[in-house]
Design a protein. Structure first.
Lengths: 379, 287
């Protein structure tokens, strides 16, 4: 799950990592009030789930509360890479002397979180990794212990951070690792870690990705999920227990099992169609789930036809067929549906579809060809 | 011949009295699997399908000398179940559970490695050796014994491709769903090594997908193998940054793309099927 900068900083602050004072504003007036409360110049930062907001104009400055209001008015409602800015973080402006990078990411290969620290902060770390990998110190966390203070000091020192910074950055890195592990994160970054003119070290920006599988034990993050998805259909599907990903095409796709659905998308593309979505109904789905899945997919106005591909094991063909028949009358009139059923209950299911006048494919390729042909015929 | 599982394997089911555990235990018995015990804390002393249930895994191991386990424990306790099995000295652990927090898996893997156990999964359908038995939830009826090893990151795609192989008259030595999570106990390379050493396997079919670099690592290892491997990679149409159902199926930056994996495999002279329907033809060519 993606979370906003202000939410990531809330986690960091809980672990004692210094951050600038500030608050979230939803209106220019709120931004002005926060700026007045903070006193002095402020930074207005768009809170959106994409990178590159600075370049897009999503970060503005205000020396007075009035300027803060004007800056917030500019940023709120702004479109950044297709996402509308609904809130801004208003923080006290700091005088940054140097910028560093601290990050922790789950490494699939070594099966443990890896710490990355660089003297080069404030820029895209993937760029540093490509152009000057020697400037990044990497260190795997031993999950028996977590990251111990002596290890953290050693990492920041080896990364070449100045002596006076090491003393503060060591404990910050230890705290970041603790926050990563205890919050069930899959990524935690402080970029930049800022050294200010008065010699203080603090997290000027932060990014955290939470592991969806760990959310069940973090009730404190539940409210953050409500606004998580930029796509309302994706968000509602998640609430309904369906795995849905929106794509750009016009062929709605439903199947059971992630790999099978992915393969179905590839097959539709292969025979000249454009998949509109990925939807996995999971194992053992009943008719109601199939019904819900179809009506979900059809809510995307781009969808012109739907392909259902089920390899039955614990999922039964009759249940699938019944769900499709139930959904049919709630779908836009004349929308083509092609169902491919095999495995458990496939024959019974196919007979039911035939009685209801629905089309089916004998295998995945046949079904993909049929739905693409049906869409082409409609023009 | 086969890898990891045959008639002599003695299986304990962790979470045997749950709905899923019970249903699939019956199917495993029907497939001929030698299920020797079940574990559910608080239900010790009961029997399920004439199989003794124990409160703890160490009790089950002591009483029955089980050497493999199948885990149907819900996500919150599944990593602990893996560690429990490894700690008790079980050498083959198959974890079906989907949704285990990744931090839990980093800890579980430490114990698995320390105890010298092999973990299959998690988030997988398990494995089967046609004619011998199965551990997990794979529908056994689509398999037929033969010389082709099969490994895949996806469950239903496994069933789909195996059905095509069986239909084409190509039997299987052992089939394994290796799991769809970012952290899995054993990767393609681990299984390829076992198939390379197995006298009953003459070729291997490997079905990969987007995310991570296990297929690229496999390509490197295949260069050193004497047996042919046929590959398929799904997710060619998947957009970057989106998790495609499996927790591990995500393109991050430039890593984990289907195109990158296909290129790496082709560079290792591995025939890569364009669609799953081409797999049987490619296998027949290399057999």
């Amino acid at each position: 799950m993606k979370i906003h900068e202000y939410q990531a900083k809330e986690i960091l602050a809980r672990y004692g990592i210094p951050i600038q004072p500030g608050k979230v504003a939803y209106t220019p007036e709120e931004a002005e009030a926060i700026a007045r409360e903070l006193g002095g110049p402020v930074v207005i930062k768009a809170q959106v789930y994409v990178g590159g907001r600075g370049k897009a104009g999503g970060i503005q400055f205000g020396d007075t509360p009035e300027q803060a209001r004007a800056a917030a008015a500019k940023v709120l409602g702004m479109d950044i890479k297709g996402l509308q800015v609904e809130k801004v973080l208003v923080v006290s402006k700091i005088d940054i002397k140097e910028e560093y990078y601290l990050g922790i990411i789950l490494d699939r290969k070594s099966q443990t979180p890896i710490v990355m620290v660089s003297k080069e902060g404030g820029i895209d770390i993937e760029e540093v990794a490509e152009t000057a990998p020697e400037k990044i110190i990497k260190y795997p966390i031993d999950m028996h212990w977590g990251l111990r203070p002596f290890e953290a000091y050693d990492i920041v020192a080896r990364a070449g951070l100045p002596h006076q910074v090491v003393k503060q950055a060591g404990p910050i890195l230890t705290a970041l690792a603790k926050a990563f592990i205890e919050s069930d994160a899959s990524l935690a970054e402080i970029n930049p870690l800022a050294l200010t003119a008065d010699g203080k070290v603090q997290a000027a920006d932060a990014k955290i990705l939470l592991d969806d599988n760990g959310l069940f034990r973090h009730k404190e993050y539940a409210s953050w999920a409500e606004s998580e998805e930029s796509n309302p259909i994706e968000f509602e599907a998640k609430k309904a227990g369906l795995t849905y990903v929106k794509l750009d095409g016009d062929v709605g796709i439903i199947g059971n099992g992630a790999g099978l659905v992915m393969t179905t998308l590839d097959m539709v593309a292969r025979v000249g169609g454009k998949p509109a979505n990925f939807l996995d109904i999971g194992g053992g789905a009943k008719a109601e789930v199939m019904y819900k899945a179809l009506t979900f997919v059809a809510r995307d106005p781009q969808v012109k036809g739907i392909l259902v591909n089920i390899f039955g094991g614990i999922t039964r063909g009759e249940e699938v067929a019944q769900g499709v028949i139930m959904a049919q009358e709630h779908l836009p009139k004349g929308m083509p549906i092609v169902v491919r059923l095999s495995g458990t209950g496939a024959e019974e299911g196919r007979a039911m579809l035939k009685d209801a006048g629905l089309d089916w494919g004998k295998d995945m390729r046949d079904a993909a060809q049929k739905i693409v042909a049906a869409l082409n015929a409609k023009g | 011949m086969s890898i990891l599982l045959d008639r002599t394997t003695r299986v304990v089911v962790q979470g045997i009295t749950g709905r899923e555990g019970l249903y699939h235990t019956r199917n495993m018995i029907a497939a001929g699997t030698n299920i020797v015990a079940g574990v559910t804390p608080g239900k010790g002393g009961q029997t399920v399908e004439n199989i003794p249930v124990f409160d703890t895994l160490s009790q089950a191991k002591a009483a029955t000398d089980a050497n493999a386990s199948c885990i149907f424990v819900p996500p919150a306790g599944a990593a602990d179940a893996i560690m429990d099995a490894a700690h008790a000295g079980i050498k083959l652990i198959v974890c079906i559970t989907e949704g285990i927090p990744v931090v839990d898996m980093t800890r579980a893997m430490l114990v698995v490695h320390e105890k010298g156990a092999r973990l299959i999964g998690p988030n997988c359908p398990g494995m089967c050796t046609p004619g011998q038995g199965k551990i997990g939830i794979i529908p056994y009826s689509i398999f037929t014994p033969g010389p082709v090893g099969f490994i895949s990151r996806s469950g239903t795609l496994t069933y789909e491709v195996v059905a095509l192989l069986t239909e084409a008259g190509i039997g299987q030595s052992t089939c394994i769903g290796i799991g769809g999570d970012p952290i899995i106990g054993s990767t393609f390379v681990d299984y390829l090594k076992l198939f390379e050493a197995d006298a009953g396997t003459r070729a291997v079919v490997m079905c990969g997908e987007i995310g991570g670099s296990d297929e690229e690592d496999a390509a490197e290892y295949i260069k050193t193998m004497s047996k042919p491997v046929v590959a398929f990679v799904s997710g060619r149409t998947a957009p970057p940054g989106k998790r495609m159902g499996h927790a591990g199926a995500i393109i991050s930056g430039n890593t984990g793309t289907a195109q990158g994996k296909v290129a790496a495999l082709q560079a290792a002279n591995v025939p890569v099927a364009d669609t799953i329907f081409d797999i049987p033809t490619l296998v027949k060519k290399v057999l």
